[in-house]
Design a protein around this ligand. Structure first.
Ligand SMILES: [Zn+2]
Ligand SMILES: [Zn+2]
Length: 272
């Protein structure tokens, strides 16, 4: 389970939505504006109270370690679990996390301070065993792992059974790109090209286009244009300015450019 950004309300929302704290082992911080990290010191402190065992990894701009450690030092309380900071300063995309299931890369964004989005790419899993087929050929269980890895099998009578007769294709891997906060920037398109789900900030509506440019944020129409040009499957909007009472306006505006729009909101969850 990955947590991306940690505003001051994050801990409350995690509790409200019954997310298990102990499952969060990696936290990705896009940039050091308060609405994206003021909840971080509170959350890492709560992990101390909960007698966390697992290591916690925090990925974020250079300076994130200093700001968290200062608060530990002044309150003279230090984590009783492994806390590791991975500070970022590159302006090029880089791999920040990888295991056997997923790869996470930064998406350099243009904002008022150093900012990264994050791209999560699932890896192609092992092939699925066709249990009926392997039992029909009376193949011993000790070969199952080899078959899942794509190997053909030679039977005792010398017949070679090709792998595709013994397996099903793996589930196709999914990708998710998180892009907040940023000005309209087409240079991210090659990085997020054809992702399954793009979360892109839309702080303003097109009526506030000039303000969006000045504050280095995007409008709903601009976010939809990025989604269209990057040929993504679905677009999730969020990070709306509080000046708008009705967030449906963001969907209406974005839908004039791109068809598949979801509106992120507190407590909402999406299945993909
Ligand atoms: Zn910001
Ligand atoms: Zn923000």
């Amino acid at each position: 389970m990955f947590l991306i950004d940690c505003g001051e309300g994050t801990q409350v929302q995690l509790r409200k939505n019954k997310i298990k704290f102990s499952k969060i082992n990696h936290i990705f911080i896009s940039h050091l504006h308060g609405d994206h990290f003021y909840g971080l010191v509170g959350l890492v402190s709560t992990f101390m109270l909960l007698n966390r065992v697992n290591d916690l990894h925090i990925y974020g701009p250079k300076g994130v370690k200093e700001v968290i450690k200062l608060q530990f030092r002044l309150s003279n309380s230090w984590p009783n679990y492994g806390l590791f900071f991975h500070e970022l300063k590159s302006k090029e995309s880089e791999i920040v996390f990888e295991d056997d299931k997923v790869l996470v890369k930064t998406i350099p964004l243009k904002h008022r301070v150093y900012t990264n989005g994050f791209l999560f790419q699932e890896k192609i899993g092992a092939r699925k065993l066709n249990l009926d087929a392997v039992q029909n050929y009376e193949i011993d269980k000790c070969y199952y792992q080899k078959i899942k890895n794509g190997k053909d099998i030679t039977l005792e009578d010398g017949r070679v059974i090709e792998n595709h007769k013994l397996t099903f294709d793996p589930i196709s891997p999914m990708s998710y790109a998180f892009c907040s906060d940023t000005v309209y920037d087409e240079s991210i398109i090659p990085l997020i090209n054809e992702v399954d789900v793009l979360y892109h900030e839309s702080t303003f509506l097109q009526s506030e286009e000039a303000l969006a440019g000045k504050t280095m944020h995007c409008t709903a129409k601009e976010a939809a244009t990025i989604a269209l040009k990057a040929n993504v499957k679905q677009l999730v909007l969020g990070h709306y300015s509080t000046r708008y009472a009705n967030i449906d306006l963001f969907k209406e505006e974005a839908e004039t450019i791109f068809p598949d729009i979801l509106l992120a909101d507190d407590g909402k969850s999406f299945d993909f």
